[in-house]
Design a protein around this ligand. Structure first.
Ligand code: SF4
Ligand code: FES
Length: 249
């Protein structure tokens, strides 16, 4: 297969950036999207051109690093997959593919397709943890009964990989789906109750400080989320936030 690639090139955070067009050939349908970019980069290096900088790590849908906006969609066409899990068979031979970084004020471009998502780390640092007794006198895990429905919902929320597709997709660049998943995974469990009120207040405050927009319930985040995180988590976070606001000193 061969493709025409329109790729965003930006030499650093201060550079204005531009689209560059490249041709790639000898791409097989079983290659992942990132492997296709690897082929492009080998070609660019052999031509003495700077390779395209992009984030990646696990290449199996776990780490959430591979943030790319492909043909106007976060993680490209296909549902429930990250860019590294996207295969070239999703495209037709001869297609033109447009590749941009995730765009949001709170995700400044570092170079080319790589953005700085440390804002997510700071939201987690604001409250995405629980107090755990590590003294060695730990209660047996099964000694704390948890309703199956709550355990399932907490686990589903915990599958968020922090990729940022929800922010990149949202017209408001809102981080509500991400933050609400991180709040929900603890709010649903007894272990999360100790810091529950402080957690939601501090994480929402940090989310606002980072410059993410607000949620207007368009639901685009849920559609593009590679892990299928439900916007029910946003409703839960809003309830937690209201309750904490009314009861906290
Ligand atoms: S909620 Fe979904 S889209 Fe947003 S960061 Fe988590 S996994 Fe990615
Ligand atoms: S490289 Fe880890 S999720 Fe894509």
């Amino acid at each position: 297969m061969k493709f025409t690639l329109n790729v965003w090139r930006q030499n650093g955070p201060k550079d204005k950036g531009h689209m560059a067009t490249y041709q790639v050939e000898d791409i097989t349908s079983d290659m992942s999207f990132l492997e296709m970019i690897d082929v492009l980069n080998e070609q660019l290096i052999s031509q003495g051109i700077d390779p395209v900088v992009f984030d990646h790590d696990c290449r199996e849908g776990i780490c959430g690093m591979c943030s790319m906006f492909i043909n106007g969609e976060a993680h490209g066409p296909g549902r429930g997959v990250t860019t590294c899990q996207l295969h070239m068979r999703e495209f037709s031979d001869g297609d033109t593919i447009t590749i941009e970084p995730f765009r949001a004020k709170a995700f400044p471009v570092i170079k080319d397709l790589m953005v700085d998502r440390s804002a997510f780390d700071r939201i987690i640092q604001a409250g995405g943890y629980v107090s755990v007794n590590t003294s060695g006198n730990l209660p047996d895990a099964n000694a704390t009964p948890i309703e199956k429905a709550d355990a399932d919902a907490a686990f589903d929320a915990a599958t968020c990989i922090g990729c940022g597709a929800c922010v990149a997709t949202c017209k408001n660049a809102s981080a509500m789906l991400f933050t609400s998943a991180k709040v929900s995974q603890f709010a649903l469990l007894p272990q999360g109750q100790v810091e529950a009120a402080d957690r939601v207040l501090n994480m929402v405050k940090q989310m606002d400080l980072e410059g993410f927009g607000n949620c207007t319930n368009t639901g685009a985040c849920e559609v593009e989320c590679p892990k299928g995180i439900s916007i029910e988590n946003i409703a839960r976070m809003n309830r937690e936030f209201l309750s904490a606001s009314l009861t906290s000193k």
